[in-house]
Design a binder for this molecule. Structure first.
Ligand SMILES: [Zn+2]
Length: 144
């Protein structure tokens, strides 16, 4: 029986960018990861090439005949899935389950789990062992 420590859930997150466009081609230009107030993130500030572009875009947008227009802060919200956390049946440590394309996960102790928290045997990816357990590759009862 799987012990759930945290149920899976959704969270709404947001990401903001400070955008600049070419006057001649609005929508094309530069965007920099920023905080909601438009200040650049520390990660952005740590990228020398990004800062060269930022200084260029900022200076150009301040000129009356500049090639760049400041479009301001754009904040996009998105919803993401947070998989459940279970107590590993083998080592009792917390283990975050997978989801989507990476549904199967392995605890640091080696125990495998599917996205529902069901234990998977160690050789579950080896199709040659399926016959021993009455499984088949496609789940349709036919040999493959
Ligand atoms: Zn474990």
């Amino acid at each position: 029986m799987t012990v759930f420590i945290k149920e899976s859930h959704h969270v709404t997150e947001s990401v903001s960018t400070l955008n600049f466009s070419y006057e001649s081609d609005r929508g094309c230009g530069f965007c920099f990861d920023c905080n909601a107030d438009g200040s650049l993130t520390e990660e952005t500030k740590a990228l020398p090439a990004a800062m060269v572009n930022y200084e260029y875009a900022l200076a150009e947008s301040k000129k009356s005949d500049g090639l760049i227009v400041a479009d301001g802060v754009v904040t996009k919200k998105y919803r993401s899935f947070v998989p459940a956390v279970i107590e590993c049946s083998k080592c009792k440590k917390e283990h975050q389950l997978g989801s989507g394309s990476y549904a199967d996960t392995q605890c640091s102790c080696g125990q495998n789990y599917n996205a529902f928290g069901q234990e998977l045997r160690a050789d579950y990816q080896d199709a040659s062992t399926y016959a021993e357990t009455g499984e088949d590759y496609y789940g349709d009862g036919d040999d493959y």
